[in-house]
Design a binder for this molecule. Structure first.
Ligand code: GDP
Length: 506
């Protein structure tokens, strides 16, 4: 934060180190965020590798070539309902159709995962936009579209859920579903949190050499609410390519999200108006993302104490001077100083810390705001610091896929990602998006254990900005050892900080 646009250190790198193609800005003002985002984000240590940049340019060429209604697209479309001979030529264009599931954080995580999968497998990503995705994000490939055409026969895919006869799990289990020597036109990949072992086995063979010859199947329709990228890194078939694409594993989502997710002008308006009105003047911006999944085990007072304990002990927020009474309050000195500096016209401004708080409810804002209104806040070195506390919305309950609601959710994730330091709530994909987009290693508020107790410690520092893959497959299935800790053998995939069931890149 701080100052006017000119002071941002990253200013000038319009193409984000090559993530964006040089012709990106030919679209005029149709997507302001694509052009302006660089002005808001601090310079980070990670640059996209030249290998990733080349891969993205290749992807763009492929995407344009295979875009909806092109000749190649029409050809592949004709295969959708058919079984083809194994020996037949594989179509030039093959697709992953992403379908939405759950809140916006979940959707963004699975979308990035699906995109990386298409990069690795030479496919093209199209998204089912029947929900509000087009209101939220600009087209990532200028001059083309990633929206699945409305006349695509997706109707029957909407009923697609676990155990669909055409799902990966069912097709591999039920050998007679696809006669020998044939290839189905479509396979459904059900990769949501409650998938079973048969669907999870996709991660053993997702490179395509397994029994189903995935490589050759023209259409994949995917439904997921997870960040399954760590599983791709654990697949020996992809490992080498991924190492070249991402020498810095902790920045995978960071790069891909900045490539894919450009908020539409409507959302960009929400972001920038809020930024300039409430955050830009601060010397430091602290983001606090509060997500309560269970009000019984995480009651208000417990979570509030936890936030205060975490932010004070980690020195993210200043201590308040509670014993600050009139006796030791040097009023005369203050007035004299103020008068002198007013006369002099150069009263030295106290440092300003802006706290950006996001939560579905409003109670936390009032408490934290009061804390810094009722008492002065101590800056290091004996002075005082001003603390302003802001919360853009309190929507009270989750209203997934309701236009303005999702727009505000996106704006808030984005604003959080611009923070200098971030506190997030464990297990929340909303927080994951904010931290990973911003390239920030947050302090994670651990989930309270229940019975009115606070977790101990209140928060832990994340190992990396990457999101957690909550429900990874059992890699024992893929021929790896029984002990979960051994799956993480490559030292860049570790157990998550907020749940030991999960895996993340570090
Ligand atoms: P998760 O449930 O925390 O993993 O995150 P998701 O983003 O997948 O789903 C939660 C949804 O609830 C969001 O997409 C929003 O629609 C809403 N939501 C949760 N927390 C907030 C918040 O702090 N601000 C706003 N505007 N919406 C929120």
């Amino acid at each position: 934060a701080g100052g006017d646009l000119g002071t941002f250190s990253a200013a000038g790198d319009w193409l984000l180190g090559g993530l964006l193609a040089a012709d990106t800005f030919n679209d005029g003002k149709s997507c302001l965020s694509r052009r302006e985002a660089v002005l808001y984000r601090k310079a980070l240590p990670w640059k996209p590798s030249s290998y990733l940049v080349k891969s993205l340019r290749r992807y763009e060429a492929r995407h344009r070539h295979c875009a909806p209604y092109t000749e190649s697209y029409n050809k592949t479309l004709s295969l959708l309902q058919n079984l083809t001979e194994m020996s037949a030529q594989t179509p030039e264009c093959k697709y992953v159709v992403w379908t939405p599931r759950d809140g916006l954080g979940n959707r963004m995580l699975s979308l990035v995962s699906a995109f990386l999968y298409t990069l690795l497998t030479g496919r093209v990503l199209l998204i089912d936009s029947s929900k509000d995705m087009a209101d939220l994000f600009c087209e990532p490939i200028p001059g083309s579209t990633w929206l699945l055409p409305p006349d695509f026969p997706l109707g029957r895919f909407h009923t697609f859920d676990r155990n669909h006869p055409q799902s990966y799990g069912m097709l591999t289990k039920n050998k007679s579903a696809v006669p020998g020597g044939r290839i189905p036109g479509v396979v459904y990949l059900y990769l949501a949190h409650n998938y079973d072992d048969d669907d999870k086995a996709f991660f053993c063979e997702c490179a395509g050499e397994g029994s189903l010859s995935l490589q050759k199947i023209p259409w994949m329709v995917m439904k997921s609410n997870q960040y399954f990228v760590p599983a791709l890194f654990l697949n020996p078939a992809f490992e080498g390519e991924l190492r070249r694409l991402f020498p810095e594993k902790e920045a995978v989502f960071h790069h891909l999200a900045r490539y894919l997710f450009h908020p539409t002008n409507a959302v960009w308006g929400l972001i920038t108006r809020y930024y300039w009105a409430y955050l830009a003047k601060a010397d430091e911006q602290i983001g606090i993302q509060i997500r309560v999944f269970n009000k019984k085990t995480s009651p208000f007072e417990v979570v509030l104490n936890q936030i205060v304990n975490c932010t004070l002990s980690k020195k993210l927020l200043p201590e308040v001077m509670k014993k600050h009474n009139e006796k030791n309050y040097n009023l005369r000195g203050k007035l004299a100083a103020a008068a002198g500096s007013v006369e002099g016209g150069d009263r030295k401004r106290r440092p300003l810390k802006a706290v950006l708080l996001t939560s579905l409810s409003s109670g936390y804002l009032e408490k934290i705001k009061d804390m810094y209104w009722e008492h002065p806040a101590a800056a290091g070195g004996g002075g005082e610091v001003d603390v302003s506390v802001h919360q853009p919305s309190h929507e009270e309950w989750q209203q997934t896929e309701r236009g303005q609601h999702d727009m505000k959710a996106l704006a808030e994730m984005y604003l959080l990602s611009l923070s200098d330091a971030l506190v997030t709530s464990g297990w929340s994909t909303f927080g994951y998006v904010a931290q990973a987009m911003g390239g920030l290693r947050p302090w994670i508020l651990l989930t309270p254990p229940g019975k009115g107790r606070e977790p101990e410690p209140a928060c832990v520092r994340a190992l990396s900005p990457e999101p957690c893959f909550h429900y990874p497959p059992n890699f024992q299935q893929c021929g790896q050892g029984k002990d979960k800790r051994t799956w993480v053998a490559p030292n860049y995939v570790k157990l998550c900080e907020d749940t030991l069931t999960g895996l993340k890149l570090v």
